[in-house]
Design a protein around this ligand. Structure first.
Ligand SMILES: [Zn+2]
Length: 172
């Protein structure tokens, strides 16, 4: 569809690994993704400011779309590996595509990618991005200043301080 608006749908892994940051795209995600991501983050302010700035639109898909995606996932065998949050992300993408938007799901989850393929929705894994600017979570120690590549780290292995996270825009 020529000239249709480009939408990027973000799942939780997108928030952990880095959000592709382009000026022309609109970002969508679901309430449960925000809840999941916020739950594990000390820095809620960065995310809230992205929402307030209108960079990310939080939307819940309809029950009808959710049911359709759930059935499809049962048939494809992905249902066991998908959480309610994952199903919502795919359902939202499906809805937007149905309305004529140019939709891409940003996710590192294989089952999400698989369903996207079945629905003929574009998906991009975060690891193999061809994207120059990304917003990334920086995990760092307030005690000794060490920056961690492993986003799952909680305690500093040098000085034992609890680690903090912040949003960081990386220009490629
Ligand atoms: Zn430290």
């Amino acid at each position: 569809m020529k000239g249709s608006k480009k939408i990027l749908i973000l799942d939780s892994t997108a928030f952990y690994a880095g959000i592709p940051f382009t000026s022309s795209s609109i970002y969508y995600t679901t309430p449960s993704v925000i809840k999941e991501v916020k739950h594990t983050r000390t820095s809620k302010i960065a995310m809230d400011s992205l929402i307030e700035a209108g960079r990310i639109i939080v939307e819940m898909p309809s029950i009808k779309s959710l049911e359709k995606i759930r059935n499809l996932a049962s048939v494809s065998g992905d249902i066991e590996k998908l959480s309610q949050t994952d199903l919502e992300v795919i359902a939202l993408a499906y809805e937007k595509k149905d309305k004529g938007f140019n939709v891409t799901i940003v996710s590192d989850d294989y089952s999400i990618e698989n369903l996207a393929k079945i629905l003929q929705i574009n998906s991009i894994p975060i690891i193999t991005k061809g994207i120059s600017n990304i917003v990334q979570w920086l995990v760092y120690c307030t005690g000794c200043g060490k920056v961690f590549k492993d986003k799952k780290m909680v305690i500093c292995d040098v000085c034992g301080t609890k680690l903090k996270r912040k949003f960081n825009l990386i220009k490629g």
